[in-house]
Design a protein around this ligand. Structure first.
Ligand SMILES: NC(=O)c1ccc[n+]([C@@H]2O[C@H](COP(=O)([O-])OP(=O)(O)OC[C@H]3O[C@@H](n4cnc5c(N)ncnc54)[C@H](OP(=O)(O)O)[C@@H]3O)[C@@H](O)[C@H]2O)c1
Length: 304
């Protein structure tokens, strides 16, 4: 198959593209720079130079492909509109990467009990997530225009990326800030919980969805959950700080990480991939996140 991947130089898109190349597909990737294009070529991915805002470039690449995987940016409405309308009437697959942050509540480190699966209704609480829900809806609506459109909402992804980008955002940021402070950090009491999933299991879910997801499907990618305090403690043990952690004020976290700090690390995002398992036969098998931090990939890369 000819598959066009946006975000092919990134953590998710790069990992998915690597697997698709390995399976013998002809993969084309959007590249924002000459350097990114070279990187893709080295990985046997044909680069298309442009950004999500270059509608003509994106439309041409979409039309040439048998399937599209949008893994560049969950919050880019124009790109999703452009890709969906270029695919309208084609019956081709569109896998759009959203994120489980869509159900997040900003709770300053306190736990919430609500857990969502693919069938649970919810109202997005964070302003950015209202926009994300509207974008996901464009993808669901494309199913009525004869596009086999699918939304995948990964949770907190961890583990070694298989493409050019080896690391995701969340765990490495927590590790860097723990290193800088000599202690594990969590916002407030750190009782807040995020679901999580290993990158290899995410890739497997995309491959299964590409093969057999029905039009209009939604899947959560999740294989367990941890409180941010337990995550901070694992990081602290891995770095040799004896498992000690301390509270990080939302303000300090924002000063260190930027505006996403509170919504990423002070919130709860608890989901279950019920449909992804039942409908696609997805069986995630990755090592757990805390194990990977303390004894796996993160220890090998960050301990020194
Ligand atoms: N990682 C997670 O745990 C996770 C979980 C749920 C949802 N998500 C969402 O999934 C999306 C991808 O995540 P990721 O972790 O793979 O991010 P990433 O490693 O930063 O990769 C993003 C990729 O998209 C490209 N890109 C970004 N904006 C673009 C634009 N305007 N035009 C063209 N290319 C663009 C980047 O290109 P460059 O290489 O040029 O920067 C890169 O290839 C994000 O929206 C993220 O919020 C991530």
């Amino acid at each position: 198959m000819k598959i066009f991947v946006t975000g092919a130089t990134g953590y998710i898109g790069g990992s998915v593209a690597e697997r698709l190349v390995r399976e013998g597909h002809l993969v084309t990737g959007l590249a924002r720079s000459a350097e990114a294009a070279r990187e893709l070529e080295q990985r046997s991915i044909r680069p298309v130079i442009g950004t999500l805002d270059d509608a003509e470039v994106v439309v041409a690449a979409v039309r040439e492909a048998d399937a599209v995987i949008n893994a560049a940016e969950a919050n880019h409405p124009d790109a999703v509109r452009t890709i969906s309308s270029a695919l309208a009437g084609s019956g081709k697959a569109l896998l759009h990467t959203s994120g489980s942050g869509i159900v997040a509540t900003q709770s300053a480190g306190e736990k919430v009990d609500a857990i969502y699966d693919e069938y649970s209704p919810f109202t997005p609480a964070l302003p950015r997530m209202v926009q994300r829900a509207a974008i996901d809806q464009v993808v669901f609506d494309a199913a009525r225009q004869n596009v086999r459109s699918v939304v995948i909402r990964p949770t907190m992804i961890y583990g070694e990326g298989r493409g050019a980008r080896k690391e995701s955002f969340q765990v490495p940021v927590l590790i860097d800030n723990a290193k800088a402070n000599g202690i594990g950090l969590h916002i407030g009491r750190g009782e807040n919980i995020w679901s999580n999933v290993h990158i290899d299991d995410v890739v497997e879910l995309y491959v299964l969805a590409l093969a057999k997801a029905p039009a209009g499907a939604l899947y959560y990618a999740e294989n367990g959950e941890n409180s941010l305090k337990d995550t901070a403690a694992a990081i602290s043990r891995m770095l040799g700080f004896g498992g000690k952690t301390r509270a990080w004020s939302p303000e300090d976290a924002e000063a260190a990480i930027g505006f996403k700090a509170h919504s990423s690390f002070g919130s709860n995002s608890r989901v279950r991939g019920k449909r992804s398992r039942a409908e696609l036969g997805w069986q995630p098998q990755g090592v757990s996140m805390l194990q990977d931090i303390e004894h796996g990939w993160y220890r090998r890369v960050h301990r020194s």
